[in-house]
Design a protein around this ligand. Structure first.
Ligand code: PHE
Length: 467
């Protein structure tokens, strides 16, 4: 075990950092376009079921094994399996997934930085039609200097934060950025709802259209739950490894899941009320936020300010997620290989940036290259959300349920839980508190051991057409 591991300065610091990891492009860029593509409310319902039935339990499991081992993903699987090296592959898979996700994540986050800068020059509110806005988007992403340049700038932001470590870098920046982020989001929601014709957007989000739902939709909703909650690759495990024994993991996880879900829904409301009120179509796909919203902003009074707020908001959200991805890679090399944090951040950051270049170019000069009928960018995104993260989550659940076993896991579950559960959960009265924690622990363990693995497998089989 590492001798002196940094610990979060406060519980709220941890919750903000972990919520910062969860809340990101997944909520604001991906969730709305997936919902738009998959029939709105129907997709959202399946998504919510995935989040609360599986996501929450897996999040608890992931933070919990990280706190128990106080190590990076690879070290965690090795130590908690009692030195059984067979299981370290789940940890390596996580570090690998981190590389893949961060590589294309930097690209989209770079667009956001780019749009903010274009916004400062007044250039993203000058459109009279969504076609014009789409043409502008295409010009940006097809220009290698633009797209790689902003990808590089965003990569440097991320590296700078992780370079300073957990408390000085990640916790500090998360505590400053999260409240700003929430304030901007609320402003955008109020703005969207106040527009004339916003009801249509709301009804799109609330009334399910089941005709658009297929096996693929269910896989996408489950994959999105993993992606959005940052589960299945060790980001939360790594953040959990900096957590002390006094905090209730159940409480933290509930807060993170609720915050993440609220932000996705609120972002959906802000975006679809505006999209419908301004007469645009919700199913624009990957470009929804970048090619439709600017046209929406162009039509709004004060649109330039809203646009600047929005892209600042998106950049902040992306940054707090990207740092958690880079932290996984960093923690692995620091713990296992004993490299210095500074060296790892610079080298790994650079490699991730280089790996991301083909994704960046897949909108322009490499657009003809396809993998499994997808562009390089879409392939990386599909593989990580819908394959790597669910597989990582599946093996993590099997590991916790069948390898580590119940007693040590429930012990860890109970640590820090007292003094909180009594006030909030079913039983109410103080003397029943211990029993309440025990029951919750048992339910959680049952879900992780049996229900989550079975559901993940079923969804896989169903989506590839075996069921
Ligand atoms: N949850 C982040 C988002 O929604 C992405 C992410 C996935 C971060 C996996 C860390 C690990 O944008």
């Amino acid at each position: 075990m590492a001798a002196k591991r940094e610990n979060w300065g406060s519980h709220i610091g941890f919750v903000f950092a972990a919520a910062g990891s969860a809340i990101g492009l997944g909520n604001i860029w991906k969730f709305p376009y997936l919902a738009g593509k998959n029939g709105g409310a129907a997709f959202i319902l399946i998504y919510l079921i995935s989040v609360f039935f599986i996501g929450l339990s897996l999040m608890i499991a992931e933070i919990l094994i990280g706190r128990k081992s106080q190590l990076n993903p690879v070290g965690t699987y090795r130590t908690l399996s009692g030195g059984n090296r067979k299981w370290t592959f789940v940890g390596y898979l996580g570090v690998f997934t981190g590389f893949i996700i961060l590589s294309y994540y930097n690209v989209v986050a770079g667009w956001s930085v780019g749009y903010f800068i274009e916004g400062l020059r007044g250039r993203i509110v000058s459109f009279t039609s969504s076609k014009q806005a789409t043409t502008f988007f295409n010009q940006c992403v097809m220009n290698p200097a633009w797209i790689i340049g902003y990808q590089a700038i965003f990569s440097l932001f991320t590296m700078a934060v992780v370079y300073f470590g957990v408390i000085q870098g990640i916790e500090k920046i998360s505590k400053i950025l999260m409240p700003i982020f929430i304030a901007i989001l609320l402003a955008l929601v109020i703005w969207g709802i106040s527009l004339e014709g916003s009801e249509e957007g709301l009804s799109f989000l609330l009334k399910p259209k089941w005709s658009n739902v297929s096996g693929r939709t269910i896989l996408e909703a489950l994959g999105q739950a993993f992606f959005s909650l940052s589960i299945g690759m060790g980001a939360l495990l790594t953040y959990g490894s900096y957590l002390g024994p006094k905090n209730s993991i159940l409480k933290s996880s509930l807060m993170i899941v609720i915050l993440d879900t609220l932000v996705a829904l609120l972002a959906g409301i802000a975006i679809f009320t505006s999209v419908f009120a301004m007469g645009f179509s919700p199913d624009a796909g990957t470009g929804l936020v970048f090619s439709v919203l600017p046209a929406v902003f162009s039509k709004m009074p004060g649109g330039n300010i809203v646009a600047l707020l929005f892209f600042a908001f998106l950049t902040i959200a992306s940054l707090t997620s990207a740092i958690s991805l880079l932290e996984v890679i960093t923690a692995y090399f620091v713990d296992e290989k004993k490299y210095s944090r500074h060296k790892v951040v610079v080298i790994a950051g650079l490699i991730v940036f280089l790996v991301g270049i083909p994704s960046a170019l897949s909108f322009g000069s490499l657009s003809h290259v396809t993998l499994l009928k997808r562009s390089i960018f879409d392939f990386f995104d599909f593989i990580s959300s819908n394959v790597l993260l669910p597989i990582g989550g599946l093996f993590m659940a099997l590991f916790v349920g069948w390898v580590v076993k119940k007693t040590p896991m429930l012990e860890e579950f109970r640590k820090g839980a007292q003094g909180w559960v009594d006030a909030h959960v079913i039983y109410g009265k103080k003397r029943k508190e211990k029993q309440a924690i025990l029951t919750l622990g048992n339910v959680w363990f049952f879900v992780v051991k049996y229900i989550a693995p079975v559901i993940i497998l079923l969804v896989f089989l169903y989506s590839i057409g075996i069921l």
